[in-house]
Design a protein around this ligand. Structure first.
Ligand code: SF4
Length: 283
């Protein structure tokens, strides 16, 4: 019986490949082709809601560029010219490549030669006609944007009209320590957002959920103040994307986490919108 690829199925081994995995994305309403630069499950952060199994601290391992190229070409060929959709029982309306998203089991910008990888993926997708029709997305926690190599990667991403999804789960240092287990300072966060927005289209991605003091009234006000400050500083954020916990965390903190209610999400979205932002909500 063919395996059904559902919106809940984010198994990164489903295609049996090292770097490339398919996801039918709730958010995008079609096929999202994920590229995992971190098959070692290593990230420089440790978010309490992270869905990476066996998450460890560290960087992406050395990339096997030949393998990445072979996997992506053959996978795209199966989708565009083969029986991929039939084999995985993908419903007719969702048989469309919505995006290619660099989003893996860790922080992708920790990859050495990030720029080369972004270019390789962009070139292959352009050659087979997936770009410019589908989106090119880099999902990042934004913590390494001060590095020249990462900035070069963002410039390259911009050449394919790609977009960066920059994680901001809290606007306070104590909130980021609690949620992301990072000591990222406020100044660094602002600097990195400023650099990112100058180099490529940048969207803020925020996970809203309940966990200790995360999203307390004080935290919410700090978040809105940060968004206000970004506008005052002229930092151009294309969209604020709010989402809650769609799948269970695989970290020890999972038992303490709860999804935000639709009412909480809607109220926050209305406040963000009132600041002049384009907002999307995924419950
Ligand atoms: S930044 Fe992403 S991969 Fe890293 S710990 Fe957080 S959710 Fe997991």
């Amino acid at each position: 019986m063919p395996k059904t690829l559902s919106t809940n199925d984010h198994d990164r081994n489903i295609a049996g490949l090292r770097y490339v995995y398919p996801v039918i994305s709730r958010r995008s309403g079609g096929l999202s082709i994920g590229i995992n630069f971190n098959p070692n499950n290593a990230c420089n952060w440790h978010c309490v809601y992270c869905q990476v199994p066996g998450l460890q601290r560290g960087n992406a391992p050395e990339m096997d560029f030949d393998l990445l190229e072979r996997e992506l070409r053959s996978f795209l060929n199966q989708v565009l010219n083969g029986d991929f959709y039939q084999r995985f029982n993908v419903p007719e309306p969702q048989r469309v490549i919505k995006d290619i998203a660099i989003s893996g089991n860790g922080e992708p910008t920790s990859l050495k030669n990030l720029d080369k990888a972004i270019k390789l993926i962009g070139d292959i997708a352009s050659q087979v006609g997936v770009f410019p029709g589908s989106r090119y997305v880099l999902i990042s926690n934004g913590s390494l944007i001060n590095q020249a190599g990462v900035q070069q990667g963002l410039e390259t991403l911009a050449r394919y009209n790609g977009e960066l999804w920059f994680k901001v789960d809290s606007a306070t240092e104590s909130g980021r320590k609690l949620i992301n287990r990072t000591g990222q300072s406020q100044q660094k966060l602002l600097e990195h957002l400023q650099i990112a927005a100058k180099l490529c289209r940048t969207k803020i991605q925020t996970c809203v959920f309940s966990y200790r003091f995360a999203w307390s009234d004080q935290e919410k006000q700090a978040y809105l103040s940060l968004l206000k400050q970004l506008r005052q500083m002229g930092i151009d954020i294309e969209q604020v994307m709010l989402y809650s916990l769609a799948r269970p965390s695989l970290q020890a903190e999972a038992v303490e986490l709860a999804k935000a209610s639709a009412a909480t999400m809607d109220a926050l979205a209305a406040d963000v919108k009132a600041l002049g932002y384009n907002v999307s909500v995924s419950y």
